[in-house]
Design a protein around this ligand. Structure first.
Ligand SMILES: NC(=O)c1ccc[n+]([C@@H]2O[C@H](COP(=O)([O-])OP(=O)(O)OC[C@H]3O[C@@H](n4cnc5c(N)ncnc54)[C@H](OP(=O)(O)O)[C@@H]3O)[C@@H](O)[C@H]2O)c1
Length: 345
């Protein structure tokens, strides 16, 4: 059996009220390693995901929410997010072999003591961590189960450069969309989205009313909306939705990343008469809750698409646990692109 490491390191919340989230709200601390008890494994983490939802859960007074897979954080708590690592030690009653690679929910630490039943065995020698930890499968599930993209559709992806959005635009195209439009904050990100992710057009928050921009880039209207933003962008998208349009609501970053205070309230004014007259469907969708069975199908489909050279998992890779709080700060400030991953030594 591999020996316990002399110390382990993890990232804890020091304290955060609201407003801009900064790296100094967190600290990397050392602790003694603990041997796994019955039903547990000790995992040496190699990669973990950084998610903007951590800000929502770090705010003073945050509460657990059914359907959000992040626990609320109090000062002194260790952060958590999806991770991949190697089993170092297995406790009694565990049938995971030492050395096996597993995915589990306890990132933000170099070693994790995890219940074996929270681990997914990754039974392949060469892996792309972005494929397993990324939100490609959320986008895939939303586009094959939340709404069905049909050949020839015009698809709009809000927050199209984000962790889910950067995959949704590409997947929509692979599923037959003939025109794919994204939204973002700046012209620089828009250029990157068109060059790297294949968007046909991108509208930006710094270029005037979204409704007017959408009318220009989608003069025939939009068939499918994949919405991660809510607010003005959702309202504008529904105004230009065509007859029979389908809209899948995945998130509301305009509320979650509100500069003053992260909130789960994302009210928006919609002309429901118009939605009725045009037969528009709106569906809230959680991939975790509604499509966990699609994860394996996603991994297989991804390999096919990557083999054909048709899909690029856009991500920002940050090296070292010490850099993780800054990565979270930058992700919440909108300065990163795609999925954000931390790689550990
Ligand atoms: N339903 C599900 O199954 C599911 C699963 C996971 C996550 N989610 C939710 O889906 C949403 C997207 O998640 P994600 O991880 O892919 O996040 P994300 O889109 O990567 O979010 C970060 C991006 O949001 C944009 N942004 C920041 N402030 C904004 C504002 N005020 N208005 C509009 N856009 C703003 C910025 O991109 P630009 O600079 O490009 O604008 C920023 O880079 C979140 O609400 C998340 O909780 C849903």
């Amino acid at each position: 059996m591999t020996e316990l490491p002399p110390i382990v390191r993890e990232v804890k919340l020091l304290g955060y009220d609201s407003g801009e989230l900064k790296a100094e709200h967190f600290a990397v601390v050392q602790a003694a390693a603990t041997a796994p008890g019955p039903g547990q494994v000790l995992v040496r983490n190699r990669w973990f995901r950084v998610s903007i939802s951590t800000r929502l859960m770090a705010e003073a007074g945050a509460e657990a929410v059914q359907g959000i897979p992040f626990p609320p954080l109090k000062p002194g708590d260790t952060l958590a997010d999806g991770a991949i690592g190697q089993v170092l030690q297995a406790g009694p009653g565990v049938d995971l072999a030492v050395g096996s690679l597993v995915m589990h929910p306890l990132g933000w630490r170099d070693h994790a003591l995890v219940n074996a039943d929270q681990c997914t065995l990754i039974d392949t020698p060469q892996i792309d961590p972005a494929a397993w930890l990324g939100h490609g499968w959320t986008a895939y599930a939303a586009l094959v189960k939340g709404v069905q993209v049909r050949p020839g559709d015009t698809v709009l992806v809000t927050s199209g450069a984000g962790a889910i959005g950067c995959m949704a635009g590409q997947i929509a195209r692979l599923l037959g969309a003939s025109r794919v439009i994204g939204t973002t904050s700046s012209q620089a990100k828009a250029r990157w989205m068109q060059t790297e992710l294949g968007y046909d057009a991108v509208v930006t928050r710094d270029a005037g009313p979204v409704r007017e921009q959408l009318a220009q880039v989608a003069p025939q209207g939009i068939d499918v909306i994949v919405d991660m933003v809510g607010g003005e962008q959702l309202a504008a998208a529904l105004e230009v939705a065509r007859h029979g349009a389908r809209c899948v609501l995945l998130g509301a970053v305009s509320a979650e990343l509100n500069p003053h205070s992260a909130t789960l309230k994302a009210p928006v004014e919609l002309d429901t008469f118009q939605l009725i007259l045009r037969g528009v469907t709106l569906r809230g969708f959680s991939a975790d809750e509604e499509a966990p069975e699609l994860f394996d199908a996603w991994i297989r489909q991804l390999a096919n698409w990557q083999g054909e050279g048709g899909l690029h998992i856009a991500h920002t890779l940050v090296k070292g646990l010490d850099q993780a709080p800054l990565a979270l700060q930058e992700a919440c400030a909108g300065r990163l692109k795609g999925l954000v991953l931390v790689e550990l030594e």
